[in-house]
Design a protein around this ligand. Structure first.
Ligand code: CTP
Ligand code: MG
Length: 372
């Protein structure tokens, strides 16, 4: 049994107000029409696009060979009828280009329902707002029972012969399901999806961009750490062992660069700090290396939905000399953060303070994280 997809793309997009047909508006890396095409192509045998009058050639060039392009009508129903005239499939899906992000899975689910014996299938999601009927002059006539209401989406699927019959009288409706209802047909409802929203206004485009991961929230954080040199301790700094250098006193290996980065990441994500996550009341971290703590910190922030954009750390002290091993240190820190973008610098403090007097090492770090 073959399946045709009709993409209704002939609307002018009046409410969007872009001055070009809505189907040709860019959403991320491609137009709404191309998104719709990409999700339907794997599911069907023929695709017919109803193009806005005058845009047939441009759309044919955009979508390439093997796709039928017909001229749309003055109303959506007319546009669908023009496409039905060249439809060859036993089943037909009718889809709005404006529902650019409906998934291939949804198309497959509609087709599966048709193949299991249904003649008309519409995807739908529940209604979140209370819906009232308006009388005249901005007064309410009645309130509908929300539990019995649904928002219907596309692609809607039909036995092609039934949809032709429903369109035969030239009726108009805002979806094809309504035309089937009008001739007494049974319309099956299946689960729709949030991402199949109809893009009507620029605000809807922002929501759609969110589904594509474009609307990330960025947050920054800072962290610092300092330790005094301790006699007979090995030096671990920026994820590296520094042979021949004095180490520092303190909990764990005293890697101030790693600890400052952990704190910056916890600050950026509002997940506490080094002490609250790995403090003395968590004995399992007592001897943890800086690298282990970075790794653990990454797990904690990842579990909270954050990704690292980049991390910077500055080491403050007279020694060791960082410059000779800077790239090695960046690699070690980056590796501990599963390949995150890390930069590292070093400075002295003109002989002043703890580190200038050569009593210890400090580090200050910043982190930028994002969440989709
Ligand atoms: N459509 C169509 N032919 C028409 C009118 C609409 O093919 N004469 C299509 C649109 O391209 C859209 C779908 O039907 O993919 C749903 O319509 P809608 O979201 O209302 O789009 P527009 O009519 O373009 O927008 P507006 O109503 O704001 O002008
Ligand atoms: Mg319209």
């Amino acid at each position: 049994m073959s399946v045709t997809a009709i993409i209704a793309a002939a609307g002018s997009g009046e409410r969007f107000g872009a001055g070009i047909p809505k189907a040709l508006i860019q959403l991320g890396d491609r137009t709404l029409l191309e998104h719709a095409l990409a999700s339907l192509s794997p599911a069907v045998d023929q695709i017919v696009i109803s193009a806005p009058p005058g845009y047939e050639k441009q759309i044919t060039e955009l979508v390439g060979q093997g796709i039928d392009v017909v001229t749309g009508g003055r109303t959506r129903s007319e546009s669908v009828r023009n496409a039905l005239a060249v439809t060859t499939g036993d089943f037909v899906l009718v889809h709005d280009a404006a529902r650019a992000l409906a998934s291939s899975d949804l198309a497959h689910a509609v087709i599966a329902s048709l193949k299991s014996g249904e003649s008309a299938v519409v995807p739908a999601v529940s209604v979140v707002d209370t819906v009232k009927v308006l009388s005249s002059e901005s007064y309410v006539a009645s309130t509908l029972d929300r539990a019995s209401l649904i928002n219907v989406q596309t692609p809607q699927g039909f036995k092609t012969s039934l949809l032709r019959q429903a369109h035969a009288a030239g009726a108009q409706a805002s979806d094809d399901g309504a035309l089937i209802e009008a001739i007494g047909g049974k319309v099956k409802v299946i689960a729709g999806e949030d991402r199949a929203l109809k893009i009507t206004t620029p605000a809807d485009l922002q929501i759609a961009l969110g589904f594509l991961g474009f609307n990330s929230t960025y947050r920054s954080g800072i962290g610092s750490d300092a330790h005094a040199f301790g006699v007979g301790r090995p030096l671990w700094l920026a994820g590296l062992f520094w042979p021949g250098e004095d180490g520092v006193d303190g909990h764990s290996d005293g890697d101030v660069a790693a600890h400052a980065i952990c704190d910056a990441l916890f600050a950026a994500t509002q997940l506490g700090d080094l002490g609250s996550n790995f403090g003395t009341d968590r004995p399992q971290y007592a001897d943890a290396s800086g690298v282990q703590l970075l790794h653990e910190t990454l797990s904690i922030i990842t579990a909270a939905g954050y990704s690292i954009s980049n991390v910077t750390v500055q080491i403050i002290g007279n020694r060791p000399k960082i410059s000779t091993r800077r790239s090695e240190a960046i690699t070690a820190l980056s590796l501990a953060l599963s390949g995150a973008d890390v930069s590292l610098s070093a400075t002295t403090t003109d002989g002043m303070g703890l580190t200038g007097e050569g009593k210890g090492i400090a580090a200050i770090a910043s982190a930028l994280v994002f969440k989709q």
